[in-house]
Design a protein around this ligand. Sequence first.
Ligand code: G1P
Length: 304
Amino acid sequence: MNPANRIRKAVVPAAGRGTRLYPLTKVQPKEMMPVGPYPAIDQVIQELAAAEITEILVITGPGKSALEAYLDPQQGRLPESDRPPWLSEFTSSRSAIYFTRQNPPGGLGEAVACAQQFIGDEDFVVALGDSVIISEDSAFTRRLIEAHRSGQVAATLGVQRIARQQASSYGVIEVAEETEGRLLVSNVVEKPEPDEVPSDLAICGRYVFSPEIFAELDNLETGHRGELQLTDAIVALATSGKRVQAVPLAGKELRLDVGNFASYSRAFVRGMLAHPALGLNFREYLLKLAAHLQDSGQPDPDRA
Ligand code: G1P
């Protein structure tokens, strides 16, 4: 732990090829897909900046050079008014974004293992580059960090409620007990079959870990899809008696997934709606369009 006992480092895995969004992601990283008026990665970095993270390691892979170029804090080409909010923080000398490459990508566990030297002996955040969390003041990661620091745990997992039929896309947690609003996790099943879904709470792409996770990652064997799975390292932590807890998205918090067309299109619409300047007009447009789709006698907002 650093002297101030503060969590200040984050790892952003972003090496996945995004094949489920082909051809859109054939030459463009999925993390660069627009969610509202900013690329998805922007919202992830903004959330980390809001949690006072000052050093970020982005794990990229083949075909991700646009992501590296975009996140270069010296992207002075953008006029002041078009700069994403996090940029001013990361152009100061207090903060930095670094890159390393996972080539070829071999799973989320392997991606996080790439960060061992960067992290050293500190607790740290993992934020998946293709998962956007919409929360007031980008506060979800901050809340996760607070829960981690007060919980005396080896891992804190951000989770969201899902419908049972969605479980096969996620790591789904099994809850051992709930005390004072804390969910203690006994197991996680990665992409469960319908008959082995342990709960309706799925990992939403945000984690806080103690460096103990690296020992488990070192011992990992290939798991689901023949990849090194972060989930398996979390299960190893829990089964060796370390405390793992989960913090659910609350209230109006929402996770948007840029990974496939169905979820991506929703993410774009939600990102527009959440934008302070553009959201209201866009909402009006959607309402008019919905009225027209329901009743063709209503005016089509795209026709004069
Ligand atoms: C990964 C994790 C999974 C988690 C999901 C959230 O899966 O392995 O546990 O629920 O992210 O997005 P992926 O989406 O990379 O297949």
